[in-house]
Design a protein around this ligand. Sequence first.
Ligand SMILES: [Zn+2]
Length: 541
Amino acid sequence: MEQLRWGTPDRLRSLLCELVSWKSMTLTEGEREFPSKVQAKLQDLRYFKENPGHLGLHDADLDRRFLTGLYKHASSKETIVLLSHFDTVNTEEYGDLEEYAYQPEELTKLLINRIDELHGDAHRDLLSGEYLFGRGTMDMKMGLAMHMGLLEKATVEKWPINLLLLTVPDEEVNSSGMRAAVTKLLELKDQHNLSYKLFLNGEPVFTQEPGDRSFYVYSGSIGKIMPSALFYGKETHVGEPLSGITAPFIASFLTQRMEWNLSLQEKVNGETTPLPVTLQQKDLRLEYSAQTPFRSAALYNVFLMKRTADEIMEIFEKVAIDAAEACNQAYKEVCLKHSVQPVGKVRVLRYEDLQTHAIRKFGVDFVEEIKAQVEEIQNWDDREKSIRIADSLMIECQELAPAIVLLYAPPYYPAVNSSDDDLVKSCFQFVRDIGQRRFKLPVKQVHYFNGISDLSYVNYHDEGEGWTAFKANTPVWGSSYCIPFDDMTQLRAPVLNVGPFGKDAHKRTERLHIKNSFEEVPYLVEEMIKMIIKSMCQSVH
Ligand SMILES: [Zn+2]
């Protein structure tokens, strides 16, 4: 039997440290280079030397690529996709230790000398020697390292199942990697005659409260969407405040109502989404002026479990209509008191209505030209572009002002859940039983991974046409942002996330539990896959 490169806890640990040492913050050169480095490592495995065509680098956006590595067993169609992302968040918070953020062994040693800077849990965990610190250790290069180990073992031991390793960029920002991979997954399915059985992610376990040592297996992933608004008032000079209506005044009514709005909270299977919150509220003027601000925008974050983009837009619209009524009432009272004529009533319209109005007024080409001009501006991201497109159309359609224009700004992560799936149920029970038996690990199920993940882009279900409201109200749809909903509905297989235990993702104290990551979870996932293989054989015979 040939020796496995990544077959022991120590070897897995050095693989992890190597992956971490390849800096790959989202939107950096490192992120662009990362997947070819992983490819080079996999190319060294005998299986991929013999089957070079089973490794592939594919384009995402902005010169970034994602990697696929397929282990194919001659007589099996059934395929488990091992999903991970290789980008990480930034490292400024490490301060003078920043250069060590990518060297887990060194960083963990250095932190010992500064133990007084750490508090509570992090202090205790460092002293215990049970944790390895560093950027990307927990979120989520350990997941990738584990998948590489499993892939190697499957090729050497010739497991009678197919494993497709998929590792993507940009999860931390827009998930452009995974959105591009969806179509590739369908291509590979046809090319190699695969049948997808499970989408298995390896995102880390997030503690539910400080000190929580439960090990969670996730049978779904929470959704996230950004209902946003352009507030378009009427300009005036500061010396004549009542001859116009400012955008901040209008915005204040909606923001008051959106923040922590209970009608945008969902409760499913005893789990509750975090309340909505304002992510940004801003003036669209680029410099100071004594003209009153009459154009501003707000972005709100909303989490979802069962709801679709359509349903969120319905609720958002109701909240906005209520806000506009209150705003109009308050404004009317001021005008009455000062005996001035109101400049108009604030109306609420969806972006799609604004677009239809503009097309009727100017024609399709004109509207497309406006969009293209905004899209050309390189240093605006998709959020800025979304707002600016709506703003540019409103400038041309001022007969609609004052108004609140409702729209969606990217990204959108649809919610996904497989709790009722039989395979997922048996996987959870299996992991719970052997986790307890072998490691005394208290394994619990969570229905929606609360950290946002790329699982959102597979196994899409939609009773009606729940995404049409998203398409119609996302100004950058089809140009700089797109979600392959049709392809996603074809990726019909349950989702599951089993990853290592860590703490403080995205913080300076990001750390990974050593025994759990290098021994327990790789064992649990390997045995779980073998259990799936066994159950397949039983259902055939
Ligand atoms: Zn992650």
